[in-house]
Write a protein that binds this ligand. Structure first.
Ligand SMILES: C[S@@+](CC[C@H](N)C(=O)[O-])C[C@H]1O[C@@H](n2cnc3c(N)ncnc32)[C@H](O)[C@@H]1O
Length: 313
């Protein structure tokens, strides 16, 4: 059976689906093969295999946020999750608003450099938009390992003339590459405070990949005054633990690894850094700014804990 994978290519300022591919062989069907030979001859990004036939974490999240960058497989998996946990969409939006408030908090502290790992598909209030609304010279390095996010890299690269943004296609686990990549070195001065964002990311890193150990490598590379902006899915907030188990099962059935963690486990990720008030709380309760949706959200719908910490001197 032929799947619905496809290749996108940047053409005339937008991405076009060139041809469906056989997910088994990765080849486009005979007669529809695009002119691959010219790919890479100019500054256009390379073609990207989106595997639209299988759900992706970034596209599920985009769907929950009300975005349009998702495909039938994503929507089917999202519908199954919504059936078990209808609060997932409101929780996702609350998480996104937390990201905006926390970036503003870091910007107000004077931070001008951001390393945003697990960027996601561009949505409302991307990190550079919030940071540069406070200080136009803010610089942001975006990192994600999902091909769909790569296709949006150009949208993420539009910063203010004074500020700059870069995009790196890399895996959180590859801390050596991310910390030393030219994209990072070009924008981030590790002698000055950096805001490290791992927002709604680490629940996609299973225990065996040691997310805490990897996060420590990033934390160690940053100077005092740096800020960790963090959120993480949890089963602690739901009324019925079975709900949480069913959501995890639905994600893994769709091929997306999801590891929910307890408040105590989330606290470990901040170890050695000073948590700012109000500490680790449901995403909607981290320094709320009067948004009515946050005010109306029940704790059990938040689905994730959030926290912000500063590296001590
Ligand atoms: C739920 S979205 C969060 C997006 C954004 N941080 C936010 O909170 O609005 C999670 C993102 O993490 C990315 N991701 C998952 N595993 C990753 C990994 N190992 N390395 C880099 N990015 C990853 C996914 O592709 C997705 O874009």
């Amino acid at each position: 059976m032929r799947g619905h994978g496809g290749f996108l290519r940047w053409r005339e300022k937008s991405w076009v689906l060139l041809a469906e591919v056989d997910p088994g062989s990765g080849q486009s069907p005979a007669g529809t093969s695009p002119a691959w030979s010219d790919v890479g001859r100019d500054d256009r990004p390379p073609s990207v295999d989106l595997r639209t036939d299988v759900p992706h974490a970034a596209r599920l999240y985009d769907y929950f946020l009300g975005g349009k960058d998702n495909f039938a497989a994503d929507r089917e998996a999202a519908a199954r999750v919504l059936e078990i946990f209808p609060g997932v969409a409101t929780g996702a939006r609350a998480n996104r608003r937390f990201l905006g408030r926390a970036v503003r908090f870091a910007a107000d502290l004077g931070v001008r450099q951001y390393l945003d790992i697990g960027t996601g598909i561009p949505a409302a209030d991307n990190t550079h938009e919030v940071a540069q609304s406070v200080a136009t010279d803010s610089r942001v390095v975006y990192v994600d390992n999902d091909p769909i996010v790569l296709t949006h890299a150009r949208a993420l690269l539009h910063g203010t003339p004074e500020g700059r943004t870069a995009y790196l296609d890399a895996d959180f686990r590859d801390h050596r590459r991310i910390l030393s990549a030219p994209e990072t070195a070009g924008l981030i001065d590790f002698a000055r405070p950096v805001a490290l964002l791992t927002v709604a990311l680490l629940h996609f890193i299973p225990d065996e990949a040691e997310p805490g150990e990897v996060l420590e490598r990033y934390k160690a590379a940053l100077p005092p005054g740096s800020v960790l902006i963090f959120s993480h899915a949890t089963g602690d907030l739901v009324d019925d633990p079975e709900e949480s188990r069913a959501v995890v099962g639905t994600y893994s059935g769709a091929g997306v690894n999801l590891t929910v963690r307890s408040r105590e486990q989330v606290k470990e990720f901040f170890s050695g850094w000073d948590l700012v008030e109000p500490g680790i709380v449901p995403v909607s309760e981290w320094r709320p700014d009067g948004n009515l949706h946050d005010a109306a959200l029940r704790t059990s719908q938040a689905g994730a804990f959030a926290g912000v910490a500063v590296k001590p001197a």
